[in-house]
Design a protein around this ligand. Structure first.
Ligand code: PSU
Ligand code: MN
Length: 301
């Protein structure tokens, strides 16, 4: 095992076997502009605490894996330049070479599992990009959900993606996709889509038991909990469709590829919606953090 640096509150929660919720850092460094990124990270951590669990924001800092960041460290990360975006492929290399990187969904799941944390809240997972039949751009987040036993609470996959293909791949990989308290899948900035959810659950207890049952059956992997954005803050899918199309066309015209695609699209959609996409993104992450805390508490019982 590699050494893990725990924040004081995460170390305390671990010693007491108290519920812990993992949080990612790529959303801070690559998903939102400063200073809203740091403000959101702090709010999300506080939402987890207010819901009765301990937040553990994860990142690699100077070659050390951190599970739980102290407040000043979180501030510094949110303003740092040239932070790597880490997934399964490059996390070990970053640690080995003393680098600094933010963890995506895939890398955060790996770190959470190493730290014995079973629940993780984020905004939206990565998935199959539009045009993947040409680019083969499919996020490593999907394969991670198939192999690492962490329940991920998200507002679905980000709506910049090809959502039907993303959910087809999750089905192929054997990942349970569970909508929380509705029959349809949410679509990140929008509370619903026209896709029925494969599974639906109405309580944190059922979600916790489902993950524990998977593990008890010897089935690898986690679950994706799709938690709809609160209605009052959603952006209707019809409003977003032309904006997403424009951002995608610009990405193609500018030859944006690989890890740069998602940050570019989120940044352009922020500009094109005059900040409304960010307001919605913040609301949905906070909503996910509260549900993740309830699931973590249910898993501890
Ligand atoms: N959720 C958000 N904003 C984000 C992300 C999630 O609300 O920026 C990040 C996560 O770290 C996720 C990544 O793993 O986007 C997906 O990147 P890619 O499409 O390159 O796999
Ligand atoms: Mn990609």
């Amino acid at each position: 095992m590699i050494p893990i640096h725990y924040s004081a509150e995460v170390a305390k929660a671990r010693a007491e076997d108290a519920p812990i919720v993992a949080l990612e850092s790529t959303i801070i460094t690559h998903g939102m502009p400063f200073p809203q990124n740091v403000e959101t990270a702090r709010l999300v951590e506080q939402d987890v605490r207010d819901s009765g669990a301990t937040p553990a924001t994860i990142a690699v800092l100077n070659g050390q894996l951190h599970v739980g960041l102290e407040a000043d460290t979180l501030d510094a990360l949110g303003q740092a330049k040239d932070v790597a975006k880490l997934s399964r492929a490059d996390m070990a290399a970053c640690i080995a070479t003393g680098g600094t990187g933010a963890t995506t969904v895939a890398a955060t799941m790996i770190a959470a599992h190493l730290a014995g944390i079973h629940v993780f809240a984020t905004g939206g997972i990565g998935g199959v990009h539009k045009g993947a039949e040409d680019t083969f751009d499919i996020s490593a987040d999907l394969h991670e959900l198939a192999q690492t036993p962490v329940t991920v609470v998200a507002a679905g996959a980000k709506a910049i993606l090809d959502l039907p293909k993303t959910f087809e791949v999750l089905e192929t990989l054997g990942v349970p996709v569970i909508a929380y308290r509705q029959d349809m899948l949410p679509a990140f900035w929008s509370a619903t889509s026209d896709m029925p959810a494969p599974l639906r659950m109405n309580s944190a207890e059922d979600i916790a038991t489902a993950q524990q049952t998977r593990t008890a059956m010897g089935l690898q992997g986690g679950q994706l909990i799709t938690n709809p954005i609160p209605q009052a803050t959603e952006i209707p899918a019809a409003t977003l469709a032309p904006i997403i199309a424009q951002a995608l066309a610009e990405a193609e015209a500018q030859n944006i590829s690989a890890k740069a695609v998602t940050p570019f699209l989120l940044g352009r959609i922020f500009e094109l919606t005059e900040g409304r996409s960010l307001t919605a993104n913040i609301a949905l992450v906070r909503n996910n953090a509260r549900l993740a805390a309830q699931i973590a508490i249910a898993m501890c019982k």
